[in-house]
Design a protein around this ligand. Sequence first.
Ligand code: CMP
Length: 618
Amino acid sequence: MVHFDDVSLYGTPKEEPMPSIPVVSEKVSANFLKSQLQSWFQPTDNRLAMKLFGSRKALVKERIRQKTSGHWVIHPCSSFRFYWDLCMLLLLVANLIILPVAISFFNDDLSTRWIAFNCLSDTIFLIDIVVNFRTGIMQQDNAEQVILDPKLIAKHYLKTWFFLDLISSIPLDYIFLIFNQDFSDSFQILHAGRALRILRLAKLLSLVRLLRLSRLVRYVSQWEEVYFLNMASVFMRIFNLICMMLLIGHWSGCLQFLVPMLQGFPSNSWVSINELQESYWLEQYSWALFKAMSHMLCIGYGRFPPQSLTDMWLTMLSMISGATCYALFLGHATNLIQSLDSSRRQYREKVKQVEEYMAYRKLPRDMRQRITEYFEHRYQGKFFDEECILGELSEKLREDVINYNCRSLVASVPFFANADSNFVSDVVTKLKYEVFQPGDIIIKEGTIGTKMYFIQEGVVDIVMANGEVATSLSDGSYFGEICLLTNARRVASVRAETYCNLFSLSVDHFNCVLDQYPLMRKTMETVAAERLNKIGKNPNIMQQKDEQISNPESNTITAVVNALAAEADDCKDDDMDIKENLLHGSESSFMGPVQTIREGLPRPRSGEFRALFEGNTP
Ligand code: CMP
């Protein structure tokens, strides 16, 4: 019976040890050992497991599945496999560095320490094969379903990496020496031709161990996938590539020396030319590495160009491998640099396209200039598909992000600052960012309106039919609401005086939100009536609705309007009419107080809300 009441460090239910039965102490300890081992082989809540199964509940289910399968199988997400892989990784790196040096520069193939090192590492790699036979397999097409049937695991392993792992793990060189009948005799006369040839062949066979590189690549890529996501993965890939280049350079250096050594250092080989036959191994290795690196980085041939045919072929080999690594490195580095500044790159691409479009359509010079300026102001060098980014978030997260991004807009618009937070949240999530250039007619008198605007930054003029500027509105004000409230035509034109960063609210969203918050509608209607009055239009178009307002509601509206006024009160001049300023925004004739209000309220930073509610925003 399995219990999962206990909770691990990460909050995952832990499996309780088997209930203890009063039996002899050996049986108890055997049971304990067994349950300990089993828990080591079961998936824990590490990153790989969480990525694979998604939730702790699914993880518990997986543990039960493994338990019920009844086999001694190691789960790929278990702690055991994690630590085993870690040890194997370290051993592999050590092997892949030490082996070529020992084979090429040391002639102690039969020394005890070398045999001990080889035997130990070979044994561990053979054990790794056994462990692989008992490790569950994660399927590519069905990541959640790990194969836990030993027969299927074996079949899969035999079909894939088994033979490569086996060849790189069995001590072929020693087997070859043992099975060579003359070996013991020839060992006595080591320098005799046949014995020397045998030893050289054994040396070549020991190179097969380098095939362990395949394991390294496998383990590293598996870890990369799980532990390094996003940007870290790109850095990791470059780091791996640099390490791989250094490793190949190291191998190539060893090979540069090994081949002439196996040939008995012919007089035209680079080792003889440099008189390195009898030098200390470190000196030999340094010159060999220098030579290999010179080829690989296409810088030269080392100290001397190749003189013998073998040297030439070796040089060609390291040139090819070096150039391949170099190309790979360049590709990855370019990829990294591009992904580092993707929004800026996208912006540049967009601008390039627009420039080509303008040329294609043969647009006049001043229009091109305006378009370019618009792009600069609108996107400020960065281009995001914000609609897409926000669309991929959960609804709650999206709302939170939008509310956060709009915090200064909300603070600077008195209408929002004093409103119900739910109302504010409902409105800001429906806003759309728009930019207008100086002189743009944002609203044309007499037309039918489809949206209203909140000013984040900039100054607009309210222009009457006779061309007179009735008033100016600036940061924190709103306009275009009268038409939406009355369903009539626009009562005035609105013209951008400076660059204006506005947030628009469509008529549908406007009605939808105000239907839910009738008090806010009435507040807006009160403001609208005063605005109409101010420009000499009949405020009675609002009246019908006003008449329906009951006494307590009317008091609430007054309270809200007064609250709005009170906020502005701190910043206003003594002789300024609070409501005038609040309700009508900054009139051109009262520019002084408007500036005071702007200072008192947190001014939205330029570009902060840029097109938050619209796709393609910086
Ligand atoms: P609307 O009629 O939809 O379009 C023109 C807008 O100008 C109008 O809504 C108001 O928002 C705005 N407006 C008109 N008169 C004034 C005023 N006196 N003060 C501030 N804004 C005004």
